[in-house]
Write a protein of this length. Sequence first.
Lengths: 246, 338
Amino acid sequence: MSSAEGADWAGKPVLRIAGDMGILVEFGDAYAPAVSNAVLAFDAAIRQMTLAGVIETVPTFRSVLVRFDPLELPFDRLEARLGAMLAERDWYLAPPPQGRREWVLPAVYGGASGPDLAEVADLAGLREDQVAGAHSADPLTVAMLGFSPGLAYLGQLAQNWNIPRRTGITPGVPAGAVLVAVRQTVLPATPIPTGWRQIARTPFRGFDPRRSPPFLLSPGDLVRFQPVSEAQIAGFDMDEFMKGQP
Amino acid sequence: MRGLRILSISPTASIQDRGRQGLLRFGVSPGGAMDAYALAEGQALLGNAADDAALEMAGHGGSFRAEGEVWVSLTGAPMQASLNGRVVEWRQSLHLRDGDTLRIGATVMGVYGYLHVAGGFQTEVVLNARSTHVRAGFGHLPKAGDLLPAGLVPPKPVPLALPRPEYFDQRQIRAIWGPQSHLFDDAERSRFAAAQFGVSDKRDRMGMQIIPDYPPFHGDSGLSIASDATLPGDIQIIGNGTPAVLLADRGPTGGYPRIATVITADIAALAQISSGERFAISIVDRQEAVGALLEYRRTIGALPGMAEPVLRDPRDMADLLSYNLIDGAITGENDEQN
C-alpha cells in the first residue's frame, strides 16, 4: 500500500479485530485531512456494497469500524474482502466525499452565548474581537459524530487553536454550544458535560429524535459558522432554516 | 388501560428492550438490557416478541399494582419478591388480577433483575426502541405514580417456568485481545491475562470499573489515542491504569486504548457479577468466540421450548384451599416442604 506523497499520515491501513462482531480498519493514529478522507471514502465504499451480514459501519477520526454478524458473514471472508478493498487503491488520495452538504450555521459569539471567549482569545493569541472572525473564516469538516447523539466533531482550525481541554468539567453545556479545544470544534446536539470551552452558540439543531431524518449532519459535511447578533436569531426556526437548504 | 401502576421504584430502574442498533455512526450507543439472556427468558415465559420491553432493576426493585389482568414474569438476578404478601418464584409466569400488588425488594444474588409483562411495556418509542438511555435523554424514566401500559396479547392458559441458568456462577469471563492490545507490551498483556479482577462499586449501565490484583500498569496518564468507535465489552485502560469494561450505555466513541474485548456470549455473565466479587479473564481466539456466540444464540433460541408448565400456581392454590379443605391443605403442606 503506497501512501500519498506529502500526506499527513505516512503509514498504511491496518485491519484489527474488534470483539467477536467487529473488524476495525485503521487508517491512522490521529486526525489528519488525508486520513479523514480515506476513512470517509472507505466507509462509503462498504456501504455501497451492502454486504450481507454487515450490521453497520462507523467512520471516525482515524478508522472505520465494521460491525457484522460472524454467523452470517464469516470473519475470514470479511477480512479477505476488506483486505482486497484496501489493496484496490490508495485511499489516502481519496477526494472528500461526493454529495457532501455545506451548512452555513448562524452563531452568536461571546457574551452569554460564548462565556469562555475571552479565555480562548488569550490562549489562541487573539484579541477578543478577532475570535468570531478567525473561528468562522474557513469551512470546517465534520470528521465524525460521537460522544453523545448527533454531537459533531469538526476539524480543523489553525495551529494557534491548539489549546488544551480544561482539567475540570462543566456539568451541562447546552445543545448548540460551539466548543473548542485541540484545533477542533465540537457542536453538541444535546446538553453534555464537557471540558471544552464555549465561544458561541447556534440555534441550529443537528439532532431531533422526533424529526425525520433525526440526524442532519454527516461525516464529511462542511460547516461554516456565520457570526450574527442575538437579535438576528431571535425568531430562528429549524423548519424555516431547512427550507433554505439545498 | 391495562398495566402496572408503579407505587414505588428504585432510582436505578429503567425500561429496556434490545436497544438501538445501527446508530453508532450518529453518536448513539445502543443501550438495551444489560442481561440480554434474562430479557429473552422473560419473552419466552410470556410468549412475547424478541423486541418487547421490560423493566430493568439494578440492586433493588419496587412495588407495583396491577390495573386489569396482566401476566408478568421475573428474570435475571433473583430478588426478594412477593405477590399480595406471598413469596413468588423467579423465572415463572405469574397471573395478576386487578389490584394485586407485586413487591420486589433487594437482589439475592447478581445485579440486574427484570420485570416483564405479557405484550411488553408500551412506553415511548424513540429511534425505534423503548430503551431508557439516561445519558442520551431517550425513553421513559419510570417513577412512582406512572402506569406502565401492557401490550395486547391473548390470555395465557398455563403458567410456565424456566430452569435457573448457570451463568450467575460463571467467574471465568472470556475475551479477545482488543483493537489496541498492540499498545501494551507482552509483559503487560501476560499480567492482564493471568490476573484476578475485583468488581468495583463504580459501575452503572455505561460500564464497570474492575480492579486487577496487580499494581495498575501505566502510572503516567499519557495513554490516550484519537477517539474511535467503542464496542460492548471493550476493556479500556484509563489514565491511572485502572481497567473499565464498556457496556450498553457507554460513550459511542472513546480515546482510551482497549486491551481486550469481552465476547458477546459472556457480557451478561460479567454484568451480573456483584460488586466486591472476583473473576478472571480468559483470552480466547476469534474462532472460539464465534463458537461461543453460536452456542449462546442456540440457547436463547431454545428458551421457548425449555419453558415448562408450572404444576402449581400459588394463586390458584389459595383458591383450591378454600374449595377443598382436606386435600388442598395436605397438598399445600407437602408443596411447601418441597
